[in-house]
Design a protein around this ligand. Structure first.
Ligand code: BQF
Length: 308
């Protein structure tokens, strides 16, 4: 209770500082991670165990997996990273089966994208639904559609959690989703259409074949963009006082950063920020929420195994 009041005081102060603009995923994710950490400490020495499989040397994938492993350490989870330079589809399936049957492992993720010789659908199907903390297995997808208890994919779950924690009104709002991926666009459009909070939106799911995209986006009270095209959404594509959730992360070369890369969202932030009421930044918006919800799913999986 006290922690909740403290969170709200912090949020109100932050909102004032940010002139009621920024949906601070970095901050909210730190709150969620500390909640998870507290719960893990209470159940010590038992702890959730996440296993991540990484194949190949895709730089972005490495960064994402490392972020996940680091987040596990911070909240007191055990983590195992299995990194293969290369592996056959059959050997990968065997490895997944081994982990499915390993009582010491609660959650399993296979970092996407996979090399061309491995069928993503086959791999997704091979992960036992109870350990599928990415929520990509058809059983989890189906349960989510039906509103049954399931693992909800981390990015949509992170968006829902962000809306909840900022108490953004969704009932009766027009929500436009740009991008129909299985991982983000499709599930978030289902979730925001549900008869609950957050939800009860009138959802429009748009994609590359949509006509009048500009007009459709400009009609949105809540605009969720998960396209992967840097700065795609310009200020003439958004309605005044809307809420913008920017899921895009494009890595572009930069000589201004230590790493030599910088992250760009799908929304032209600088030109859009004064028009909308709320907006998620990139970096520091939806991305950190994705990591936090992966941890939440892993904790949930561990609880189901009666470890907690
Ligand atoms: C931030 C991802 C595309 C394809 C596969 C924090 C992440 C990103 C950004 C992160 C992503 C994107 C992940 C920030 C995991 C989100 O500070 O803004 C964290 O690690 N993500 C992934 O595992 O696979 C992807 C995007």
């Amino acid at each position: 209770m006290e922690a909740k009041i403290e969170l709200w005081i912090c949020l109100i102060i932050k909102c004032k500082e940010d002139k009621l603009k920024i949906l601070d995923g970095k901050y909210i994710s730190s709150v969620i991670r500390s909640e998870i950490k507290t719960e893990v400490e209470r159940n010590s020495p038992a702890r959730p165990h996440l296993c991540a499989i990484l194949i190949g040397d895709n730089g972005a994938s490495r960064t994402y997996v490392n972020a996940k492993v680091k987040a596990c350490e911070e909240v007191g989870f055990k983590s195992t990273l299995l990194h293969y330079d290369d592996i056959s589809e059959l050997d990968l399936l065997k490895k997944i089966e081994e982990i499915n049957n390993d009582k010491n492992i609660d959650g399993l993720i296979v970092q996407l994208p996979l090399p061309k010789h491995i069928d993503e659908n086959k791999i997704t199907l091979a992960v036992k639904p109870a350990k599928d903390v990415d929520g990509f297995h058809p059983v989890n997808m189906g349960k989510m559609m039906l509103g049954l208890d399931s693992m909800i994919p981390a990015t949509p779950a992170g968006i829902i959690e962000l809306i909840k924690r900022y108490k953004i009104e969704t009932l009766g709002k027009k929500c436009v989703v740009v991008g129909r991926s299985n991982i983000v666009g499709l599930p978030i459009s289902v979730l925001l259409g549900k008869n609950k909070y957050p939800g009860n939106c009138t959802v429009t799911l748009t994609h590359s074949k949509s006509k009048n995209l500009k007009e459709i986006c400009a009609s949105a009270d809540i605009l969720i963009v998960a396209l992967g095209v840097a700065n795609f959404i310009k200020s003439d594509m958004v309605k005044k006082n809307c809420v913008i959730i920017d899921v895009g992360i494009s890595r572009v070369k930069s000589d201004k950063t230590k790493s030599g890369w910088k992250l760009l969202g799908d929304v032209d932030f600088e030109n859009v920020k004064d028009k909308c009421d709320y907006i998620t930044p990139v970096p520091g918006g939806v991305g950190p929420m994705t990591i936090a919800m992966l941890l939440a799913n892993t904790l949930k999986a561990a609880k189901k195994e009666n470890k907690f």
